[in-house]
Ligand binder design. Structure first.
Ligand code: ADP
Ligand code: MG
Length: 591
């Protein structure tokens, strides 16, 4: 007798649930999405024991009448699509008609729902697929769905649930995504009877971000740059974190497509590219990206949890997002604000004193400094007294050296006065950026100018090295490097770029071969060229520990003004840290 059986419907639902409902957070996501699709403006999520004991969602949406309520928990039932052609332009969050059936097959579920124009509500209960009859009850319009003891008949799945805290973390993340995508919703999250979030529909996006990320809010919401673009049926609105609030992972990249949180490799790549050279390797930007496009221009029917989509014109999406973000980032001053050290005096005693005493001591100290310091300082440093609140002018005769308004320290950093404070510049990093931009500009127009070496310099080359140089002959030509074979395993450099005159040709070629060898696989020509220019800039730039003449420093400061994004070196490290006079005045208790 044959072994193959048709599975009963509940088994089918349980198996489907395996795909859609991974953990309590998936239940929250599916149910809140249903509430949004039902037109709710106010949604309350209540969770107990990380969602393992109870998940309850209440909305003020359109509700379900008795017929729909009886139908909604059957497999493959939906009100959102009717014909296969509807699949070509899905405007709702749900459409697969499997969430409610899946949830009801793996937990105890109770639903109460009432449509706006009916006088009474209806209730239905389902215990792991066993449905009760409908019973009338009283309730406000809208829908409440309670889900208890998830996976309680599936010990293997239940065992995979993590601690209440971890599951709550996942739920909070789902809630955060929904809250970011739906500014216009009143949203509340209650955990074990305590309100975690109450978000008002009056909040704007920045306010919402502040409320959703309370620990890191001050640095996140204060360091976001806004950009908007709309072309070719694609509207992009973004709040981008400045490099100084970058993270070690990409958890803070929130991408929404028509209100749906998505993960997409093209978009992630565009974001990464937009920040190229502005972030150190291994750092990820904070980005909130909202995309609006025609529903017909992408397919959401790709993944059971609908977190992936397929764009019909992914190149357009990539290039437009990259363009919008990059343009804004390059046009923004991204200098790192310096952090002033804590004041040293009496810090350890102050920490343990009661707050009132803290203030009194601090006030007395400030008073002391106010009275005594300016006189001594003026004598020592030749400051001329001037009106309070104004920046002190420097006396010409006594301190001619300060007139330059810059200073090289430890042969590595330059301290320079600016209009409203001063900056500390990493001389190597800044010079590297300047040369890099110069190289990019020139090479975009033409190949680099080169000069012939008086005596060609020869070098030994491995078979793979020679191969790498041969494959990239166009690149070396563009750089203005002329190479000729000199023997079976020897080559010679005949000409070398003028701009890199300070660099040892052989040293450069060796590193170039290594780079070409390493990067052979999977780098497009543009990226490869970029890496080579990075390397060239690094080699040609003045080094840390190199004493600079006044004119060299002045040149560097002048070039800094003209650089496109002088605040970061090509590898993304900061070149400049700035301090404002306001910070100094605060620190010295002048204000
Ligand atoms: P889908 O969302 O893919 O349509 P679901 O299984 O999630 O499938 O829901 C089935 C149907 O139940 C929905 O199409 C909708 O008509 C109805 N429904 C679900 N939740 C609600 C709700 N909160 N308010 C009103 N109707 C709902
Ligand atoms: Mg749904």
């Amino acid at each position: 007798m044959g072994q193959i059986r048709v599975l009963d419907q509940n088994m089918i639902n349980m198996i489907a649930a395996g795909e859609v409902i991974e953990r309590p957070a998936s239940v929250v996501k599916e149910l809140v999405e249903n509430s949004i699709d039902a037109g709710a403006t106010k949604i309350t999520v209540t969770v107990e024991d990380g969602g393992r004991k109870l998940i309850s969602i209440t909305d003020n949406g359109c509700g379900m009448d008795a017929d729909d309520l009886a139908q909604a928990f059957e497999p493959h039932t939906t009100s959102k699509i009717k014909a296969s052609s509807d699949l070509l332009g899905i405007s709702t969050l749900g459409f697969r008609g499997e969430a409610l059936a899946s949830i009801a097959s793996i937990a105890q579920v109770r639903v109460v729902s009432r449509t706006k124009d009916s006088t009474g509500a209806n209730c239905v209960e389902i215990d792991c697929g066993n449905k009760s009859g409908l019973s009338p009850c009283s309730a406000d319009y809208g829908t409440t769905i309670q889900v208890r003891d998830i996976f309680y008949k599936l010990p293997a799945r239940r065992k995979f649930l993590k601690t209440a805290n971890t599951e709550m973390g996942h739920i909070t993340e789902q809630f955060t995504r929904i809250a970011l995508a739906n500014e216009n919703l009143d949203l509340t999250l209650i955990r074990n009877g305590k309100e975690l979030y109450r978000l008002s529909d009056k909040d704007d996006l920045r306010r919402r971000i502040t409320e959703l990320f309370p620990m890191s809010s001050s640095d996140i919401s204060e360091n976001l740059i806004e950009a908007e673009s709309g072309e070719k049926g694609l509207h992009v609105h973004t709040l981008m974190g400045k490099p100084l609030i970058s993270r070690t992972n990409n958890r803070f990249q929130y991408v929404f497509l028509n209100g749906r949180f998505i993960r997409d490799k093209f978009i992630s790549h565009a974001i990464k590219e937009a920040y190229r050279g502005l972030l150190e390797p291994g750092r990820f930007p904070v980005v909130f990206l909202f995309i609006k496009m025609r529903f017909e221009d992408y397919d959401v029917n790709v993944h059971p949890t609908k977190i992936e989509v397929r764009f019909y014109n992914s190149n357009l999406v990539h290039s437009q997002i990259l363009g919008a973000l990059r343009e804004k980032l390059l046009g923004t001053n991204l200098e790192m604000p310096g952090r002033l050290p804590e004041m040293q005096y009496g810090e350890s005693t102050l920490r343990h004193s009661p707050p009132v005493r803290d203030h009194r001591i601090a006030d007395a100290m400030a008073e002391f400094f106010r009275k005594h310091r300016p006189v001594q300082m003026q004598q020592q440093l030749g400051f001329r007294p001037s009106a309070p609140g104004k920046v002190h002018a420097v006396s010409r005769e006594k301190t001619a050296q300060y007139d330059k308004k810059y200073l090289q320290i430890h042969d590595s950093f330059i301290v320079a006065q600016t209009e409203d404070g001063f900056v500390i510049i990493d001389q190597h990093a800044l010079h590297e950026r300047i040369i890099y931009e110069d190289l990019c500009r020139r090479i975009r127009k033409n190949k680099l100018q080169s000069q012939r070496l008086l005596i060609p310099e020869s070098f030994e080359v491995t078979v793979s090295g020679a191969e790498a140089l041969k494959t990239n002959a166009e690149l070396t030509d563009k750089l203005g490097i002329e190479l000729v074979p000199f023997g079976p395993r020897t080559m010679a450099v005949q000409a070398f770029p003028t701009l890199l005159s300070g660099v040892q040709p052989l040293d450069f070629i060796q590193d170039l071969i290594d780079l070409l060898d390493r990067k052979e696989a999977g780098l497009d020509a543009e990226r490869l060229l970029d890496e080579v220019l990075n390397m060239a800039a690094c080699k040609a730039a003045i080094k840390a520990g190199q004493k600079l003449t006044e004119s060299e420093i002045e040149q560097l400061l002048a070039d800094r003004q003209n650089a496109e994004s002088a605040s970061r070196c090509p590898h993304g490290r900061p070149t400049t840290i700035k301090f404002s006079i306001g910070d100094l005045e605060k620190q010295f208790k002048r204000t």
